[in-house]
Design a protein around this ligand. Structure first.
Ligand code: ZN
Length: 188
């Protein structure tokens, strides 16, 4: 499966001049919402993600897919469908910390953590820690796009559909700013 071509066709991989949430500038941006608007495409992508996951973890039964809200929920749900697992999510409490609010986890339950995009891996790591605190066993992490450039290395295997860590610049060093290219603030 040519994932990059599929994502570009869906309008999810954008070329231009973008200001990221970090304040840094980049010539490429991944707009994951454009995948979520096409359920058939997301089903195909998550089917492929499930196959790649199986190639790494083998036939081990997966009980549950857990995702951080909001971005990860739809990916987690589709991946759970492809794996024949249940789908749960962690979400923020009133102080903005992720926690498990609506679901139970059995001791020893085998869990895959799912997310749409991983950059520094903070939310994936928080989700993993929450599952472990509740007695679950995290067996792998599965993401659509790994933007960490190899910097995020969780304890258990990380499986992605696309590794894409575009170059980023501080505004004062940005070659696109220097050329006077108009700046776009993509929705996150
Ligand atoms: Zn710039």
């Amino acid at each position: 499966m040519d994932v990059a071509a599929l994502l570009a066709e869906a309008g999810a991989l954008l070329e231009g001049h973008f200001e990221l949430r970090s304040g840094l500038h980049s010539a490429r941006y991944f707009q994951c919402a454009r995948i979520m608007e096409d359920p058939k495409l997301l089903e195909r992508l998550c089917g492929e993600l499930a196959q790649r996951l199986r190639a790494v973890i083998g036939g081990m039964p997966v009980d549950t897919v857990a995702a951080p809200a909001m971005g990860g929920i739809i990916v987690g749900y589709e991946l759970a469908r492809a794996l024949g697992a249940r789908s749960i999510f962690v979400e923020k409490d009133s102080e903005g910390r992720l926690m498990l609010r609506r679901f139970q986890i059995r001791s020893g339950e085998k869990v895959v953590v799912a997310e749409d995009v991983v950059t520094r891996g903070g939310r994936v790591q928080e989700t993993t820690d929450i599952i472990r605190r509740h007695g679950g066993k995290v067996v792998a992490t599965a993401v659509i796009v790994d933007r960490s450039g190899g910097a995020f290395v969780p304890e258990e295997p990380l499986v992605s559909l696309l590794e894409s860590a575009p170059e980023v610049w501080r505004p004062e060093e940005c070659p696109l700013c220097a050329r006077g290219e108009p700046l776009v603030h993509p929705g996150s």
